[in-house]
Design a protein around this ligand. Structure first.
Ligand code: NOJ
Length: 546
């Protein structure tokens, strides 16, 4: 059963799922909603208490379902609306909450509204989209899908005008200056919240409005509309959530929280690439700097943290030098790059190093915010950079060493995506069943780390304070609330390291390792000495010992 806590998202561990790639219950080669329902016990066993679902609506699926042709229909490959209701109820029975996608910014060009709009200038739907006789307007807006799109305008022969799109040219942007569009979106939101979904990820939210002379991002009109949407939410439903997808600098994301009257959560995009920089440079600085530059957010709000997701590892929120560095270190092969980012999964990014994977996840789980795990990263799945677009990281979940990695009973040729065959990440070994049998597997490590995190709400709710050990490879910070005080200390270097840390304010207490419950020597007023193996980390509770 679900708790009745309006701030549940602060204690969440989110497991991100692509239904299409998760589990195929009917053997047609596509993952589906009943398949996901069958795997709820696995997600719960792992320790996640929230699921974020990629879009599963009616769609031509030219952008992983972010190209919606009917907002209220489930894509027939994935099941029915009844299947979704069953899934939701079953998730709730297990205390798992569900976040779905609200794609506000655009539709597919196959959507009825666009089909009507392009046919007839006088159609009431014409004004649902943004049209122009020239492609010169809003020229300060950047292109996001740089590998595929040349312009944000595309000529529509039937309409006899250009239409505006921030993403693919088959995804026309909706016109938020039209009150009918605003109302449609409220109705769609109501449809899904009435069914019982717990939260909505607001896709591509900075781009709702266009204004000449601006970069058409984060405009005041967008924030005004979001505040209205939030009031609508608060007036009608309890304990629900908006999660803003705003790939922006912290100062530009901050307004999406408003005064606690806009979005409850937003992704922290800039911290993510800096975790990878810090790891490769073996320096704590990139992480400390970006978090120190991050403004405070209202008490009811929360950052969302992630290492990977279904998109490329985006490199928009780094400097040119940092971007070159990351491409060089993490994506030498041009096939690993797409748009402004890197299309690889966590394990391949980290050269399949168990120590690095554990360290990065330990940071994900202990830095302030709510962590998201991308499906398959808990078993260290590989990727396939020979697939198109971002499909490299969207291959089927590997459940067992059976045919199709236990994902589907179909003819292997009928699979929605091929199973990863990379010999470094063979599905015969990299799968849930095998790792469940092996107590030393990554899967069991992830389960234990999540159990510890779930036991200490301070990770989700506490404050953060950085310490400054003289060894620059050592990242150290305190997470504190009224009940506990955790010292997180990590060696970013691939070599053994030693350092002292000034812990004198805690003299008389003991660092107790949260994994093994082992007490380290008493803290005194003298500098405390730590030694680390390569990429070692500790989560210590600082407390008295009886
Ligand atoms: C962000 C989504 O994460 C991405 O997958 C999609 O292509 C764009 N929004 C456009 O909807």
């Amino acid at each position: 059963m679900l708790t009745n806590d309006p701030f549940w998202y602060k204690d969440a561990i989110i497991y991100q799922v692509s239904i299409r790639s998760f589990f195929d219950s009917n053997g047609d080669g596509n993952g589906d909603i009943p398949g996901l329902t069958q795997k709820l016990d696995y997600i719960s066993w792992l320790g996640a208490n929230t699921i974020w679902l990629l879009p599963f609506y009616q769609s031509p699926l030219k952008d992983g379902g972010y190209d919606i042709s009917d907002f209220r229909q489930v894509h027939p490959d994935f099941g029915t609306i009844d299947d979704f209701q069953i899934f939701l109820d079953e998730a709730h029975k297990r205390g798992i909450r569900v976040i779905t996608e609200l794609i506000l910014n655009h539709t597919s060009d196959q959507h009825f509204w666009f089909q009507e709009a392009r046919k007839d200038r006088n159609s009431p739907y014409r004004d649902y989209y943004v049209w122009s006789d020239t492609d010169a307007r809003y020229s300060d807006a950047r292109i996001i899908f740089t590998d595929t799109e040349r312009s944000n305008w595309t000529w529509d022969h039937d309409a006899g005008q250009y239409f505006w799109h921030r993403f693919f040219s088959h995804q026309p942007d909706l016109n938020y200056d039209n009150p009918c569009v605003q109302q449609e979106m409220k109705d769609i939101l109501a449809f899904w919240f009435d069914m019982g979904v717990d939260g909505m990820r607001l896709d591509a939210v900075p781009y709702l409005y266009e204004r000449e002379g601006t970069n058409c991002e984060n405009l005041p009109e967008t924030h005004a509309f979001l505040k209205e949407l939030r009031s609508f939410l608060d007036e009608n439903w309890e304990n629900r959530l908006f999660l803003a997808e705003a790939n922006q600098w912290p100062d530009d994301v901050r307004p999406y929280f408003g005064d606690g009257d806009e979005c409850h959560m937003a992704y922290h995009f800039p911290v993510m690439p800096r975790l990878y920089i810090a790891l490769r440079k073996e320096q704590r600085r990139p992480i400390v700097d970006i978090l120190c530059q991050t403004p405070d957010i209202p008490p009811s709000c929360q950052w969302c943290m992630f290492l990977r997701n279904h998109d490329e590892l985006t490199l928009e929120m780094v400097s040119d030098d940092e971007r070159d560095y990351l491409y060089n270190e993490y994506a030498r092969d041009p096939r690993m790059r797409i748009n402004i980012g890197i299309r690889r999964r966590l394990a391949p990014l980290l050269d399949n190093s168990r120590r690095r994977i554990e360290l990065m996840n330990a940071l994900l789980f202990s830095l302030p915010g709510t962590p998201i795990i991308y499906y398959g990263d808990e078993i260290g799945m590989g990727d396939n950079i020979y697939l198109g677009d971002r499909d490299a990281v969207r291959t089927p979940m590997q459940w067992s060493g059976d045919r199709n990695a236990g994902f589907s009973r179909c003819d292997p040729q009928a699979l929605c995506q091929p199973i990863v065959r990379d010999p470094i990440y063979p599905y015969e070994a990299v799968n849930v069943e095998t790792q469940e049998r092996l107590p030393t597997s990554l899967l069991w490590w992830m389960k234990r780390a999540m159990a510890v995190r779930n036991e200490y709400p301070v990770f989700g709710r506490g404050s953060i304070r950085f310490l400054h050990p003289e060894n620059e490879s050592i990242l150290a910070f305190l997470r504190e609330d009224a009940d506990s005080r955790i010292l997180v200390i990590a060696n970013m270097s691939r070599f053994a390291q030693a350092t002292t840390v000034d812990l004198s304010e805690f003299a008389g207490l003991y660092p107790v390792d949260l994994f093994g419950r082992v007490a380290f020597p008493e803290i005194t007023e003298y500098p405390y000495q730590f030694t680390f193996g390569p990429h070692n980390f500790f989560w210590f509770e600082l407390r008295s010992v009886d």
